[in-house]
Design a protein around this ligand. Sequence first.
Ligand code: SAH
Length: 240
Amino acid sequence: MKKILAFLFLLLFLFCPKMKKENSEEYYKKLRERMVKEQIEARGIKDQRILKAMKEVKRHLFVPEAYREESYNDYPLPIGEGQTISQPFIVAFMTYLLEPETTDKVLEIGTGSGYQAAILSLLVKEVYTIEIIEKLAKEAEKRLKELGYSNIKVKWGDGFEGWEEYAPFDKIIITCALPYIPQPLKEQLKEGGKIVAPMERNGIQVLSLFTKKGGELIEKVCDYVRFVPMRGKIEQEKEE
Ligand code: SAH
């Protein structure tokens, strides 16, 4: 009997720390490393700076608690208000298309959880990000501040208008789908600058990379994607 009890205690000692560990930072770090290797590197993204940033940002802290365990899986997740955090690979791929440089000032439309902004903030000088849903904007701002991302500014508003105060931008990333690039965003992009955006085309969405040349945007279609649609002014306006 004594022997059995001793054995049971031994089991408890062996497994309790392990169970705790599974919720720890070490555990999530392992999931993050696996995510980068299997979902991002394996699909051809080799840029070491981007891979490092994806290994660093704690994605599980950008999703609702109920989804933490799933946060490093190969799909998007709900973040409340009917919105989603993109699949990790899509975040990495859009970041790659943007060719982030350490001197860049980047504008993001569609803050959502703030995850894409956090990844970019490790690769560029400053990130300005706009979110149309007040609750998400406020939550993302608080989260980014608490996690120590000091080169990101969050604004609650309609991204259609851009952010004149901080323009011009070297790069613009749009993380909601839209039928055309609004005029203010074109104007707030530097000559030679890039825009990455999911574009609505005849009922499907394509991921496009635009480069501003001679004041005009030259488009290159890169992939098929699925994003939530852009809301606000773009729903009423026609392309100029
Ligand atoms: N980049 C986010 C995911 C974005 S989901 C992340 O890393 O988590 C798309 C977001 O775009 C949603 O939060 C949605 O509310 C926002 N959005 C939609 N229309 C917008 C607009 N006109 N201006 C700013 N944000 C908008």
